[in-house]
Design a protein around this ligand. Structure first.
Ligand code: SF4
Ligand code: SF4
Length: 359
């Protein structure tokens, strides 16, 4: 596997005007903004463009709260990087859309966590948040800005999952990425709301059947690495070929978990994490440039050493196509090299059983 950085989430501010139940960075309006001045951001982008050419997703918090968000995007674009923006949609106006286009941002990601105001606003703890997403999607369509929709689920909004997918299609999204919350940030407070492994597999089966017949919107579960095992098994059982369409702007590639292998997150304070849901720092890129950390930080190197994985993942023939969620192993089992507790597969010859604290 080629360990080039291909996708980077960059939290340019920790502040957010919402206070969502599941927020991985526990952002709110009271959060500190972080350290990313325009000058620091430019220095960072110079280093980044010098060693990699990833998609760079400006995120937060709410990135539109950063006064230089479009200067940062324009600078990245000028450096030849493919810039993207992830927003909760509440601050999007005609003027925002014009600036998105002017700064060279190529795609926007919106979050939609339910098919009605009642469900989405409850999840986001903000009346009006749903209407804001619908309005933002309309503005993106009007300005011909491609957008994708990310939807996160727990038991709370699970009943809306299929309807949320249909709504993403109706809104004109180019892709829909479904995500089962990884417990970090505020999501740690709602552990009992997390969807367990059996239900997770049922949802993935629905996704597979939908994906096989879908010709319009692109879809893929985000951070469900064992989906790559399941689709192979299901396609084999059904005697069909799993038809993969190329994805737009996702972290996905030929393998399930890419944390620290081809993707990373840089947080509002410069800490580098293997992915957005992995609460460990590989080092701070304000002290050591990312170009150096990427090839030397022990945490990142560990993610790439599949032979060091443990438990069922360590014994699994699918290790190179799946890899198991390292963040879930870390939070739920206490080691980032352990097995992914959301997967129910027992590899041939493996003598242990399943260990899932959520069951
Ligand atoms: S045991 Fe681990 S590597 Fe194997 S399919 Fe499950 S999560 Fe993936
Ligand atoms: S560690 Fe988990 S959340 Fe992070 S990239 Fe891998 S599958 Fe996704």
């Amino acid at each position: 596997m080629d360990f080039k950085l291909k996708w980077l989430a960059w939290e340019i501010t920790r502040r957010c005007n919402l206070d969502c139940v599941h927020c991985r960075s526990a952002s709110s309006l009271k959060s500190p903004a972080g350290v990313w001045t325009l000058e620091r951001a430019k220095t960072f982008l110079n280093d980044l463009a010098g060693f990699a050419s990833p998609v760079v997703v400006l995120t937060g918090g709410e990135p539109l709260l950063h006064k230089n968000v479009f200067d940062i995007a324009a600078y990245g674009t000028a450096k030849g990087l493919r810039m993207a923006l992830a927003t909760n949609g509440t601050m999007v106006t005609d003027n925002t859309c014009q600036q998105i286009l002017k700064s060279g941002i190529q795609v926007v990601a919106l979050s939609l966590d339910g098919a009605s105001a009642a469900v989405h606003d409850n999840f986001r703890r903000q009346p009006g948040a749903f209407d804001a997403v619908i309005r933002a999607a309309g503005l993106f369509r009007k300005h011909n800005i491609p957008f994708i929709i990310n939807s996160s689920f727990t038991k709370r909004n699970r009943p809306d999952l299929e309807k949320t997918f249909m709504l993403a299609k109706e809104l004109g999204a180019t892709a829909w990425y479904m995500f089962m919350i990884v417990p970090m940030g505020r999501a740690k407070e709602v552990l009992d709301e997390l969807i367990g492994p059996e239900e997770y597999d049922r949802i993935l089966r629905w996704h597979f059947e939908q994906e096989m017949k879908e010709t319009d919107i692109l879809m893929r579960p985000t951070c469900a690495p064992h989906y790559y095992r399941l689709v192979r098994e299901w396609a084999r059982e059904m005697g069909i070929k799993y038809r993969r369409r190329s994805l737009a702007w996702s972290t996905g590639g030929g393998k399930g978990c890419l944390a620290g292998q081809t993707i990373a997150l840089v947080d509002a304070f410069g800490e580098v994490q293997p992915c957005s849901y992995f609460d460990k720092s590989a080092g701070n890129c304000l002290k050591t440039p990312l170009s150096k950390l990427w090839y030397s930080a022990p945490l990142l190197l560990r993610m790439r050493d599949f032979n060091s994985y443990e438990g069922r993942c360590g014994a699994c023939p699918y290790i190179k196509v799946c890899g198991g969620c390292r963040a879930r192993a870390d939070v739920l089992l206490g080691s980032d090299l352990d097995e992914d507790p959301m997967c129910r597969y027992i590899p041939p010859g493996y003598e242990g059983g399943l260990r899932n604290p959520l069951d």
